[in-house]
Ligand binder design. Sequence first.
Ligand SMILES: C[S@@+](CC[C@H](N)C(=O)[O-])C[C@H]1O[C@@H](n2cnc3c(N)ncnc32)[C@H](O)[C@@H]1O
Length: 402
Amino acid sequence: MVAMLGFSRAKVLAAVRDMYTEVAAAPQQPFHFPVGRGACLQLGYPDEVLDAVPAEALESFAGVGYPFRAQVIRPGDVVLDVGSGSGTDALVAARLTGPEGKVYGLDMTAAMACKLRRLASAAGIGHLAVVEGNAEAIPLADASIDVVTTNGVLNLVPDKRRAVAEIFRVLKPGGRLQLADIVIRRPVTPDCKADPKLWAECVVGATVDEDYLALFRDAGFECLESLRDHDYFALSRSHETREVAARFGARAIELSMRRGAAAPGTLRRLAQRLDPRRLVRSLRRRGFAGALALLVAVLACYGSIAAAGLLSLAGFTLAVNDAAVSGVVVAFVALAVVATAAGFRKHARASPFIVALSGGAVVAYAQMVSFSFAAEFAGFALVAVAIFLDRRAHGQLEQEAP
Ligand SMILES: C[S@@+](CC[C@H](N)C(=O)[O-])C[C@H]1O[C@@H](n2cnc3c(N)ncnc32)[C@H](O)[C@@H]1O
């Protein structure tokens, strides 16, 4: 999982099970996402591939892309389909591996697992085994799988980091992963993230695209290749789902990658996760770059004064270079102003930038020309107000998204 705050894991799992029990048992009813053979065709499955899949498996298809675009499954391979549902992809994979290979379909929804088991047995496909279980704890041996395929599933999994680590564990070194999934451009607001029904509809459990790719790189996957990126939710019959998806910039991606020789060690993983460039990018995406810059400026300004005061109380003298401190303060206030200017490009409201520019000018004047504590403090306060206005404008824009 990327962020576990704001939602109940138990409620999400229950909502996902309920939703996909319905898709397995009554696929003809209307769902908020595309289902069935029609959805497969819209996502790029060729007719001749679908003709070889039992109609009952196709009717409950609920994938979000065509992961076989990666073309990585060979005859004789051992394949695992994570979140196999009624088994369209597991059955396609079983044809590609041939009977000398083996396919496992893993799903935590009993109705889906039972449906696929029955269909595989009826079709006499002996090399397809169905396992009921959770992607966060795959009940298969280490390094036992040549190819993992998964379609529309990881966005539904509460602990995505764990599921990706499990996929890495069961794959052989050099093994391939082909997947289709939902990603988003903007982080989901906590109120939406806490809605189990929206999770089950494949929208709000999704991860911001950059963080999603980082999950795989952090786990030790290599050679990530993006095969396709498309507006999956445009296919939804529900106006509400299209609206929520548009608000967060949700879309489907298809990826292919390879498992590296070994998982990165703890220190490397920690360094990857604490990479300051990643942190800054993430703050910028969440619109907090301006707030961070202002915080650094305020800390540089009052922090150096406080440190000098505290050290002198302890009998030490701290030689503060006033010009250097002023330079740092002005530089970070300027960054905060630039961040609000960047916000203008999105929401086209000039007031945050004007207020930030005025505040920045006051701070620069107090620092560089004629020092006044009151003026300096007022300048910081104006920049803080500007950042608040900018964030509010962003929030309103997201609420108004079509
Ligand atoms: C959107 S459907 C896709 C099904 C299938 N891949 C397809 O293309 O038709 C998601 C499936 O993943 C399963 N699933 C969701 N979370 C899971 C988890 N944590 N572990 C195992 N299966 C899960 C659901 O039960 C459901 O069958």
